[in-house]
Design a protein around this ligand. Structure first.
Ligand code: HEC
Length: 253
């Protein structure tokens, strides 16, 4: 009786689950090698700096990164002078002492400059699509840096018979395969200050490293603390065991 009931439930679940699974295509995200993988992983500072260059020269034309500050760039190895110069290259609108709109150069304590004054302006400039803020994008998508990498390298011609809507671009990993972001990276798009050849894959990898840092600036500290905590627990276990043996040494079993 119990088995029968189980079989009936299983058949019912199966009947509903199967068509749903067939409609939801599962997209494979190949795992890339990241310097910050694993318990001892750290950010590759040079890669993150190249990634910032890609963000600044390409992505920041459309995407904001509102939650980050210029001073955060210290964590990818830039010094205070470099950060001050980067911040000073943007102008921040303010209200002057006379109550009139004015401008001042950016400071390290300012948030990253947004390309558009608000969401409406951003949509108007992007064919109705809102380029999402990239501050925590790495955490907001399954696959994190692997997804960002796959998205940026996943632009292609649509397969034969695939119907594209107007103003959309084919992408191998974007859900539904139609995205309103035009392919942002092509080989040689930026000229890296450190001379690294700027292939599309290299730029995608670097900017994914940078965006992972932006979303997780505390990661290295967190991992170091984790390792210390485990070491402490191992030591404590040893000491506890030694004490236990000592205390019970003269007790007859
Ligand atoms: C010309 C403007 C433009 C540029 C330049 C641009 N993007 Fe986008 N991006 C968009 C728009 C518009 C969307 C929203 C697409 C949609 O929802 O269909 C988007 C979406 C995204 C998404 C989210 C995809 C998702 O899963 O929802 C990511 C991640 C992204 N862009 C990263 C980047 C990175 C990194 C760069 C720089 C290398 C970049 N973009 C450059 C316009 C742009």
């Amino acid at each position: 009786m119990r088995i029968l009931r189980f079989a009936a439930v299983a058949a019912l679940v199966g009947a509903f689950a199967l068509p749903a699974m067939a409609a939801d295509e599962v997209i494979e995200l190949p795992h890339q090698k990241w310097s910050f993988d694993g318990v001892f992983g750290t950010y590759d500072r040079a890669a993150a700096q190249r990634g910032f260059q890609v963000y600044k020269e390409v992505c920041s034309a459309c995407h904001s990164m509102k939650e980050g500050y210029y001073r955060d760039l210290k964590g990818i190895g830039l010094d205070e002078k470099q950060i001050a110069a980067i911040a000073a290259s943007v102008t921040i609108p303010i209200i002057g002492d006379d109550g009139q709109p004015a401008e001042r150069p950016g400071l390290p304590a300012d948030h990253f400059h947004s390309p558009f004054p608000n969401d409406n302006a951003a949509r108007a400039a992007n064919n109705g699509a809102l380029p999402p803020d990239l501050s925590v994008m790495e955490k907001a998508r399954v696959g994190g840096p692997d997804y960002i990498y796959a998205l940026l390298t996943g632009f292609a011609d649509p397969p034969a018979g695939f119907k594209m809507s107007d103003g959309m671009y084919y992408n191998k990993v974007f859900p539904g395969h139609q995205i309103k972001m035009p392919k942002p990276l092509s080989d040689g798009q930026v000229t890296y200050a450190d001379g690294t050849p700027a292939s599309t894959e290299q730029m995608a990898h670097d900017v994914a490293t940078f965006l992972t840092y932006v979303a997780n600036p505390e990661m290295e500290q967190r991992k170091r603390l984790g390792v210390k905590a485990i070491l402490f627990l191992v030591l404590l276990t040893g000491v506890t065991y030694a004490v236990k043996r000592k205390v019970w040494a003269n007790v007859h079993h």
